[in-house]
Structure formats: structure tokens, C-alpha cells
Design a protein around this ligand. Structure first.
Ligand code: PLP
Length: 363
């Protein structure tokens, strides 16, 4: 029998979440499938979204090449731009859209002989202070880009929010004001600004192309959810089974470092999932685990291949019982909070060893 740990990927939920994103924007959504579609499987996700998504977004030509090899024909936005001249040539050959984050990338582009002109997104730093040109430099750089034969049509303007998960954060307000100003100053240029959090906060109305990532995968984009995020459907269920059950006495410890000690006689279930399967080692005692239809607390340290759960109050739990680590019954955001991280990291770091089982329709 196969080891029971697996990540079940609900492609139908990803499609539903994409349609929800699409309804909340004024334009179209670019499906962000970088980092192996946040761990869900880039090729499978892109193939499933292909009838709906007009454009995909990744971070590198290597990721774009995987999509092309899998038969994806839509344009692919390279969100981090070209790292070298070869990336520009690749973009022209394989119908990729290119983010331009500084003037040196324009210099590189200007030196390339291209058979096909490229759609380019000039990335503007409105407050994230990570990548992008300053708002003051936009007019000059847009003029440079517009005059290049390597550039197709009007360059688009792209920006990214630093605190979109907190819609009323002062920096979000500052970024929005700057974007309003850019909209006024550069009419005739299309914009791409909104990530998931901005989309569900109603801030994608001015976008030609929004860029939802995490909401496609059904995790909560906002610090405090709203009526839109309540509709998101979780795309990944991390599951396994109980492989052993034992009775221990009060005072007995469980797992490495004896980091949890039973206060009462306890039943402990061992589950075949560990940090090598993508369950975070940093999950603390008490992290909820859904065992045999009931939420029970994680006890002791997470091992490479196993965890232990206190099932004293779940007498129905036995060897072979189903376990959900996150998914339909336990939100991945709750587990991430217990592990001191965010849902993005949990799914994006899902290792190869964990089989992905794809479901395209509700069973
Ligand atoms: C430039 C850019 N746009 C869009 C996204 C998607 O963001 P989210 O997953 O929060 O929707 C990301 C994610 O890191 C990004 O870096």
C-alpha cells in the first residue's frame, strides 16, 4: 500500500476562484502560476485554467518554458523582467510579456535584434521599494520605451502593493494616491496593479490586467477577510492517515526533545506526515489537526515523516483513520498562523515527495 500522505488539488476550486477574481476586476486577470503555481502544480493549473485565462504570469524564462512545453499558448508575463539578454530573446521567440524594472533593462532591450516586438510593462515603485522605477522617472522612460522598435504598442504601467492585505494601511493609501496621479498623467497607457488582496478589496477597477495569485489557491489574501474572501474555495487539501495509536500515562512525553508531556492519561495517534511532506516543523503544540472527523491538537515536535496528535477526546480515531492537515475542514491560514508563517510559504514549499492528486470536479 502506498504511503497515505498527499496533496489533493481541487482544480475546480482554482477555476471557481479565478472566475471570482475576474468578476471583481474592471479588466482581465493574469493567472499568477509562478513557483509551481504556489506549489499546486504549474502545468496542471495552467492547463485547467487555459480555457479561461488570457495570460499567465511567472518569474523566469525557465518557468515560462515549462508552460510552453506543456502546450500553453497564451502570452506569459515575466514579472521579474529579464535577468539577461537571453531572456529578452526568449520573450520575443516565445510570446512572453516583459516587465521592465530599471533603465539598464531598457538598455539591454534596445541592443536586442528582435523579429517580434514585445509587450512591455514598466514597473513603477509606488512604495513597495523592492523593484521598479521612481514615479518621477516614468515620463522619460515611457518615452524611451515608446520609441524603441523592440516595443509593441504603448508600454503598460505596473505596480505592486506592499500592504494590500491591510486595505486601510497608510502605505496602501499613499500607493493608491500615486497610482491615481499616474492614471491622470499617463492616460492611454493600460495599468496592472492589483494582487489578490487589492482585488478582493475592490481596488482593481482601474486595472486592464490584474494579477491574482494566492486567491486562486483559495487562501485568505486579507488580514481580516471580507464578503468576497468568504467565497474562496481552498484548492489544496493536505491529507494522510493514522498509522499507529498508543496509550500513554500522565507525565509521559511524546516525540523528539520530549517537548510535550501528557498531563493526563492520553491516547496518541501517529500520522504519516512530516516536514519532508510539507507540514511545517514550526507548528506548535495545539495546532489543530482534523482526525477521524474531529479537530484534535498536535502534540510534540513535527518529525521528518510523522506527527503525533492527542486523540484522547476522539475515541473513534484508530489506525487507518483519515487525517486532514489543512483543506476543507481546517483553513491553511489557521495552520500557517500556528506555524508562524503564511499560507504562501506552506504551499510554495510543498516538496516533490508529496504526491499531488488532481481533482477536476466535485466528488
Ligand atoms: C509582482 C506580483 N504581482 C502579483 C503577485 C500575486 O500576489 P498574490 O499572490 O498576493 O495575489 C505577486 C506575488 O508575489 C507579485 O510578486
Amino acid at each position: 500500500m502506498a504511503r497515505p500522505s498527499a496533496a489533493i488539488i481541487h482544480l475546480d476550486h482554482i477555476e471557481y476562484n479565478f472566475q471570482l477574481a475576474q468578476q471583481l476586476t474592471g479588466g482581465d486577470c493574469i493567472a499568477v502560476v509562478k513557483a509551481n503555481a504556489y506549489g499546486h502544480g504549474m502545468v496542471e493549473v495552467a492547463q485547467h485554467l487555459s480555457p479561461h485565462a488570457k495570460v499567465f504570469a511567472v518569474c523566469s524564462t525557465e518557468e515560462a518554458a515549462r508552460l510552453r512545453l506543456a502546450g500553453i499558448v497564451q502570452p506569459i508575463l515575466l514579472m521579474e523582467g529579464a535577468f539577461a539578454r537571453d531572456d529578452v530573446l526568449f520573450a520575443a521567440q516565445y510570446n512572453c510579456w516583459l516587465a521592465i524594472a530599471d533603465e539598464s533593462q531598457i538598455d539591454t532591450l534596445a541592443k536586442c535584434q528582435l523579429d517580434t516586438a514585445l509587450t512591455v510593462f514598466l514597473k513603477v515603485d509606488t512604495g513597495m521599494h523592492r523593484l521598479g522605477v521612481s514615479p518621477e522617472g516614468v515620463a522619460r522612460l515611457l518615452a524611451r520605451l515608446t520609441n524603441l522598435p523592440q516595443v509593441a504598442g504603448q508600454p503598460l504601467l505596473m505596480s505592486h502593493f506592499a500592504c494590500a492585505d491591510e486595505p486601510q494601511h497608510p502605505l496602501t493609501i499613499t500607493q493608491l494616491k500615486l497610482l491615481d496621479q499616474l492614471n491622470d498623467d499617463f492616460q492611454g497607457h493600460d495599468f496592472s496593479t492589483a494582487n489578490s488582496a487589492a482585488i478582493v478589496s475592490g481596488r482593481a477597477r482601474g486595472d486592464r490586467w490584474s494579477r491574482p495569485g494566492i486567491m486562486l489557491y483559495g487562501a485568505e489574501p486579507l488580514l481580516e477577510g471580507n464578503e468576497h474572501t468568504a467565497k474562496l474555495r481552498p484548492a489544496m487539501s493536505l491529507v494522510s492517515e493514522v498509522i499507529a495509536v498508543r496509550e500513554i500515562s500522565a507525565g509521559d512525553s511524546v516525540g523528539y526533545g520530549a517537548a510535550w508531556v501528557a498531563e493526563r492519561p492520553s491516547r496518541i495517534a501517529t500520522v504519516a506526515i512530516g516536514y519532508a511532506d510539507g507540514y511545517p516543523r514550526s507548528a506548535v503544540n495545539g495546532t489543530p489537526v482534523f482526525v477521524a472527523g474531529q479537530v484534535c491538537p498536535l502534540v510534540g515536535r513535527v518529525s521528518m515523516d510523522m506527527i503525533c496528535v492527542d486523540v484522547t477526546d476522539a475515541p473513534q480515531a484508530k489506525v487507518g483513520s483519515d487525517v486532514e492537515l489543512w483543506g476543507e475542514h481546517l483553513s491553511i491560514d489557521t495552520i500557517a498562523a500556528h506555524a508562524g508563517t503564511i499560507s504562501y510559504e506552506l504551499t510554495a514549499r510543498m516538496p516533490m515527495r508529496t504526491p499531488r492528486i488532481y481533482q477536476a470536479s466535485q466528488q
